[in-house]
Design a protein around this ligand. Structure first.
Ligand SMILES: [Zn+2]
Ligand SMILES: [Zn+2]
Length: 282
């Protein structure tokens, strides 16, 4: 697998790429805009091209952008709904300019809405965004922790979106902490076997482009979204080793979204790379 980390770009793209390279990343994830704002600032084409050049030089590929957390494609409020579509379209446009292969998004929540009605609304939003997607860019839907009425908490539901839209540039990102919180027992080889089998059956592994590798301390099925350091949580070394050992996942990308500072980033990358080497040798 290509393995990398979500990096902060507040100190500039050069520092972000240097940090990622120094800790062994060959993939990277960034927020394209302020993750907590509906405001969109004009894309800085020069900076995005420079970012792409720095990544090329560092051997970091692919690059993922994570859409703002505010996005709710299932909202009944037309302001939130249309604002969310607008943010998503903006991130897809930025990705096209910056050579960013994957735009990873949360789908949002059905709220008090009828689930079928909410599902149809999310499909319309995705359809609108995909209508303008550039070649070489993929829109990937991230699985949720399944809390409340969050969309996309199950592999089965993610698969229904993939089939309903039937667009070759629509795919899926599987977050391990969210999957665990949604009740998928991925802490053993047998549990990972079932998870990968179900992903293949429900979604198709060709559509599962990437993973978020996060450990978590919440109990299985707790529906709580808490990320923890790799190997120090419930999924543990054994769960990640089992995922890294799957030959069908070898071409996929895994991004760490673990908590803490630069030293924690370095330690988490070292842990996952050590597990990956062990899995490859086994
Ligand atoms: Zn996310
Ligand atoms: Zn999360």
């Amino acid at each position: 697998m290509r393995i990398g980390l979500h990096v902060r770009v507040g100190s500039g793209y050069a520092a972000a790429v240097a940090h990622a390279k120094s800790i062994g990343c060959n993939a990277i994830q960034v927020f394209s805009t302020n993750p907590r704002s509906y405001r969109i600032s004009a894309a800085n084409v020069g900076a995005l091209e420079e970012f792409a050049r720095l990544r090329r030089e560092a051997g970091i590929d692919p690059c993922v952008s994570h859409t703002p957390y505010l996005i709710n494609l299932g909202s009944e409020d037309s302001k939130i709904y249309n604002g969310s579509i607008h943010l998503l379209e903006n991130d897809l446009a930025v990705a096209a300019v910056g050579g960013i292969r994957y735009v990873n998004t949360h789908l949002g929540s059905y709220g008090k809405r009828d689930r079928n009605e909410g599902f149809a609304a999310i499909c319309r939003a995705l359809e609108q965004a995909l209508a303008k997607i550039a070649p070489g860019v993929y829109l990937v839907m991230e699985n949720s922790a399944g809390a409340g009425n969050l969309a996309g908490g199950t592999l089965e539901e993610l698969g229904r979106f993939v089939r309903a839209l039937d667009h070759p540039q629509l795919g899926v990102c599987l977050d391990t902490a969210h999957a665990w919180a949604a009740g998928y027992e991925i802490d053993t080889p047998a549990g990972v076997d079932r998870f990968v089998y179900e992903a293949a059956e429900c979604i198709g592994l060709d559509r599962v482009h990437m993973f978020h590798f996060n450990d978590t301390e919440v109990p299985l099925g707790a529906n709580r979204d808490r990320h923890w350091h790799i190997g120090d949580g419930k999924i543990g070394v054994e769960g990640f080793r089992a995922l890294l050992a799957r030959p069908e996942l070898r071409e996929k990308t895994a991004i760490l979204e673990t908590p803490g500072d630069d030293a924690d980033d370095a330690r988490n990358m070292q842990t996952i790379l050590t597990i990956a080497r062990g899995a490859a040798a086994a």
